[in-house]
Design a protein around this ligand. Sequence first.
Ligand code: 5GP
Ligand code: ZN
Length: 138
Amino acid sequence: MVKDDCIFCKIAGGKIPAATLYEDEDFRVILDLGPASRGHALILPKEHYQDLCELDEAVGAKVLALAAKIGRAMKSGLGCAGFNLVQNNGEAAGQTVKHFHMHIIPRYEGGPEMVVWKPGSSDAGELEKIVEEITAQL
Ligand code: 5GP
Ligand code: ZN
């Protein structure tokens, strides 16, 4: 299903132009308009899924292989030293466009700095409690 008022549905469906790296029946891969680094790309499914929790399993199963394909091409084509996959779910996690997408962010020697956090602390009791809280929902 495609959502009429969704910008990524329009881009994935070719109704709004975008710099396209790859396209097949399930996906369009485009360059991000506000890149974190040179070559920052987004994998967009052509069908509308709000986030990872809604994503069709068969479509989702293809995302990592596609990210690897694009990442390999970035390394040889752009000369990046590596790449990060980033996938935000929900506003609290930084999701601004409510259509599932996977960021592929090339990393070059010397930058950009990203995906950093200050490690917190944990103890055995707290870890056990978290395991219970999550596994009760699986
Ligand atoms: P999010 O924060 O939702 O994970 O990421 C949304 C990303 O989409 C951002 O990196 C933003 O720069 C990018 N973006 C938003 N609107 C457009 C657009 O119209 N075209 C392209 N190519 N990228 C967009
Ligand atoms: Zn959409």
